[in-house]
Design a protein around this ligand. Structure first.
Ligand code: ADP
Ligand code: ZN
Ligand code: ZN
Length: 739
């Protein structure tokens, strides 16, 4: 340990290392301008790297003469606050992931590359003395100029461009004129967030009793930590509750972080926010450019924007004046990052709320079993919205037994009849099938040959539209062949159902009706999904067919019949999470029906009409399902009644994983396992993927703390095992998917 007079700068570098790196001060820089949370450039190996300054210490474990100096300080002030740095350090240790990689995750890509991005200050327009003294009647020949002047004179506030746009369409020329007449002047205001008087651009709805209770509970907790689970059926007015709570947060001059599964699938949500508030709202999602995302991030960091609406990666955006964190559809699997740094945005959001002293609001029609469990344990406060808001009525759910029934490309006669009845009333039908492509299997009718991916343990899916066979697990694509490559004579037939195939039969069975197909293939082109949604809402479409894309957040007011074509495919899985996911999917898809004043009907085609999951869900609802599913998990000591971490290992050489596991086994023998059960190693459910042989080992413990202590000891030693260098391995703490 070397004590010294010089400060030691401990930085994180985005490489697979579990520790920080020590550097000395840069030359010619005022030391007290260098604070944790800034980016610096450091010499590393024979080159240089971007690094994040996390700590300033008075000693180093290394000899000072061996330490190098920081080359350059990139930021004049910290981009991340001390609390957010603590959050990220906690996350790195909880998920046992390299600290530099975790810190880098918090930054948008453009800033990760070391760029410096300036954001323009918000332009505001205010009256000059002349403007104050001028009679607005003098401007009556230009209604826009007159309106803007009057607004400024009446409110004595200044106006931002957003506020001007709401006040007067075509405001730009009017502003130009007013500036040239010297009636107004431009001022760049420092503080950005809000101008409380001009907060609302559209009034709130009158909340019903349950909504009001939910709003009051959260508002009473503003300024302090608390977790709320807003459990409300689809259409019960959760979004309205968010908006009204956000209004209170904005009035306090604070910012709101709203995380949603996928914004691009729910353009309506953004509209509702923009219509309601006249503050600066920024977005962050994968369809934006790096620059746009960095701007949104910086605007929150500097307090210029008041609301950030983003997906999982927006979780770490810095907030100058944090007031509230909302996670909508908190059960959604997309809140779990499934590669690299495998974190749960929901779980980290809760920890973040605690560090920032702000409430965290989790909303869903189908809350995750973890959250239901936390509410049962009183760790989260449950807020229930049991009924649909407005005039909408709940849909009725029906199981349709299709055993021994004749099917036309997945459609039973009974379902077709229901479809005809609905369409005859000029109402819309929504069909759900969670499989894209034409058919999942191409098989030879005479020898049984099946088209398989040569890189994965998987069949190739037939895509007639693109005339190819495609693997849905790797990038592999092959030409669509017409004759059997094995027996050379057999006829190749598609087996099973995909959305393309159902679309084809729909156009044959309903020739005078308009069908649209919504899946990842049909909506690849930018703007296509929005176009389709527009057509559906304009009533130009009769039948909507799609994959899980449909389960998310859309409002289709004229849909009164929803059918789930193949509910059984979700019933038999080796992953214990499958039942929960299926139940959520059924309820979410059902939620699309009958949103307006017409009652909707949901039909599920099944060959398992007595399956307890289906009957519980239909007869008693999601909450009863959750109670019985939690009881089963408890019985089996599965999460949330125990804690898991999954070690995934893969290699292109089939022998290397077993050599690795032998070494790991020896290593574990030297550790205190603290009653951790070690299950496996076993082949992954998909034993080969993209040319890699895959195995997994599950760690499970009834105490979170003990599992963490065991992993704390294991992971650094595992990381330096010689045999670990020859395979690819990742650790997934709290896995939600055992595949
Ligand atoms: P959710 O987010 O739970 O699906 P929304 O907030 O989107 O629900 O509300 C569903 C529909 O009910 C919307 O059309 C919304 O305008 C309407 N709504 C919500 N709250 C009220 C209310 N208090 N009074 C009247 N209509 C409401
Ligand atoms: Zn493949
Ligand atoms: Zn054949």
């Amino acid at each position: 340990m070397q004590h010294c007079d010089q400060p030691i700068f401990k930085v994180a570098i985005s490489i697979p290392a579990y520790h920080l790196f020590d550097y000395l001060a840069p030359e010619d820089v005022e030391l007290d301008t260098i604070k944790p949370g800034i980016r610096v450039e450091v010499p590393f190996g024979s080159g240089k790297k971007m690094a994040y300054l996390l700590e300033i210490a008075t000693h180093s474990e290394f000899e000072l003469s061996k330490l190098k100096s920081i080359i350059r300080v990139i930021d004049p002030y910290p981009l991340l606050s001390p609390k957010d740095l603590r959050l990220l350090q906690w996350a790195a240790s909880y998920y046992h992931h390299p600290i530099g990689v975790v810190i880098a995750t918090a930054f948008p890509a453009a800033l990760r590359q070391g760029k410096v991005i300036q954001i323009k200050p918000i332009k505001r327009y205010a009256l000059t003395d002349l403007g104050l003294a001028t009679d607005s009647q003098q401007l009556k020949r230009s209604s826009n100029q007159q309106r803007i002047l009057e607004k400024l004179q009446s409110s004595s506030a200044n106006l931002t461009e957003i506020e001007l746009a709401l006040l007067a369409e075509g405001w730009k020329p009017a502003i130009k004129q007013l500036l040239s007449k010297q009636l107004i002047q431009l001022s760049f205001a420092e503080e950005g967030v809000t101008n409380a008087g001009a907060l609302m651009s559209k009034p709130a709805l009158t909340a019903n009793t349950q909504q009001q209770q939910a709003i009051d509970s959260v508002c009473a907790s503003l300024g302090q930590f608390g977790v709320f689970l807003l459990d409300g059926v689809t259409g019960s007015g959760k979004t309205e509750v968010y908006l009204q709570i956000i209004h209170s947060v904005l009035e306090r001059g604070q910012q709101v972080l709203v995380l949603v599964p996928e914004i691009t699938l729910t353009p309506q949500l953004e509209d509702r926010f923009r219509q309601r508030f006249s503050v600066d709202i920024v977005l962050s999602h994968s369809k934006l450019t790096d620059k746009q995302r960095a701007m949104a991030w910086l605007k929150m960091q500097q307090g210029q924007a008041a609301i950030l609406l983003g997906t999982r990666s927006a979780l770490f955006a810095p907030l100058k004046n944090p007031g509230l964190i909302i996670l909508d559809e908190e059960h959604d699997a997309s809140f779990k990052q499934q590669e690299g740094f495998r974190f749960s945005a929901r779980d980290i959001a809760v920890v973040r709320g605690q560090l920032l002293d702000v409430p965290v609001l989790l909303g869903s029609a189908t809350p995750s079993l973890e959250s239901v469990h936390n509410a049962n344990k009183q760790r989260y406060q449950l807020l229930a919205l049991p009924a649909r808001a407005g005039k909408a009525i709940e849909p009725t759910l029906h199981l349709l037994d299709i055993r021994n029934k004749r099917m036309q490309e997945g459609l039973s006669a009974a379902l077709l009849e229901e479809m005809h009845k609905t369409l005859a009333k000029q109402e819309q039908v929504l069909l759900f099938l969670n499989r894209r492509g034409f058919a999942p299997t191409l098989i030879c009718h005479s020898c049984g040959w099946v088209a398989r991916c040569h890189r994965c343990d998987a069949n190739l899916v037939i895509h007639f539209d693109e005339n190819c066979l495609r693997c849905h697990h790797c990038a592999n694509e092959e030409a669509l062949i017409r004759s059997c490559p094995d027996c050379k004579v057999g006829e190749l037939t598609p087996l099973g159902l995909g959305t393309e195939r159902v679309e084809k039969v729909l156009t044959e069975l309903f020739p005078d009706k308009i069908t649209v197909r919504l899946d990842r293939d049909s909506t690849q082109r930018k703007g296509t999904l929005e176009d389709y949604l527009q057509q559906i809402n304009n009533g130009e479409v009769d039948i909507i067919l799609g994959t899980q894309m449909l389960a998310k957040g859309h409002h289709f007011p004229n849909v009164t019949l929803v059918a789930i074509l193949d509910v059984d495919s979700g019933l038999f899985s080796i992953d214990f999470h499958a039942a929960e996911k299926l139940a959520q999917m059924i309820v979410q898809v059902s939620g699309r029906a009958g949103r307006a004043e017409k009652r909707g009907k949901v039909i599920m085609q099944t060959r398992q009409p007595d399956h307890p999951l289906l009957t519980t869900l239909i007869e008693q609802g999601y909450q009863s399902f959750a109670i019985s599913a939690l009881a089963e998990r408890k019985q089996a000591s599965l999460p949330p009644f125990s804690y898991q971490a999954l070690l995934r290992v893969q290699a292109s050489d089939s022998g290397l994983p077993s050599i690795f596991f032998q070494a790991l086994n020896e290593l574990i023998k030297t550790l205190n396992v603290r009653h951790t059960q070690i299950l496996g190693p076993v082949s992954a459910p998909m034993a080969r993927r993209a040319g890699h042989y895959r195995y997994q080992l599950l760690f499970q413990n009834n105490r979170r703390k003990d599992l963490q202590l065991f992993l704390d000891e294991l992971v650094p030693k595992l990381a330096v095992l010689k045999q670990a260098q020859k395979v690819q391995w990742t650790l997934d703490v709290d896995p939600v998917d055992l595949y």
